[in-house]
Write a protein of this length. Structure first.
Length: 118
DNA sequence: CCTGTGACGTCCC
DNA sequence: TGGGACGCCACAG
């Protein structure tokens, strides 16, 4: 196998994209979780893989946010807004601070942490 | 081959 | 609850 070769079926990026595709519509995951699921060496690599995506890649990249539940800023600049649009279209709710409640929309379900638990 | 950089996370204050 | 510092690694030049 050739993990260095992007064309390899079991390449790192392929695994990452596969993991992202598993995120259900209306739910979101984090770079860290995707990294684990895809057996990636680290979260940064996941971000790098996302940045390498093309439009119409069939990979729901918009469902990947950082561990704070916020849309990560990218170099390109544009896109964060588009990401938010796409997520809202899927029914994902953003707080006033522009954050997503991972306890409610996170995937896989991080914990059975009751949102209303005292 | 070596260096810089990035759509991040965790620890510590 | 918020902010700063360090760690980790693949990729491009």
């Amino acid at each position: 196998m050739s993990p260095r070769n992007p064309e390899s079926p079991d390449s790192l990026y392929k695994r990452i994209y596969a993991a992202v595709r598993r995120i259900p519509t209306g739910r979101v995951s984090t770079y860290g979780r995707i990294a684990k699921l895809a057996k990636a060496p680290g979260p940064r690599v996941v971000g790098y893989a996302m940045a390498a995506l093309r439009d119409g890649s069939s990979v729901p990249w918009q469902r990947v946010v950082n561990h704070k539940g916020e849309i990560s800023l990218r170099k390109a600049g544009d896109g964060q807004w588009r990401q938010r649009r796409l997520l809202e279209a899927e029914g994902v709710h953003f707080s006033l601070r522009g954050r997503i409640d991972l306890r409610a929309y996170g995937w896989p379900t991080p914990r059975k942490t009751p949102p209303n638990k005292a």
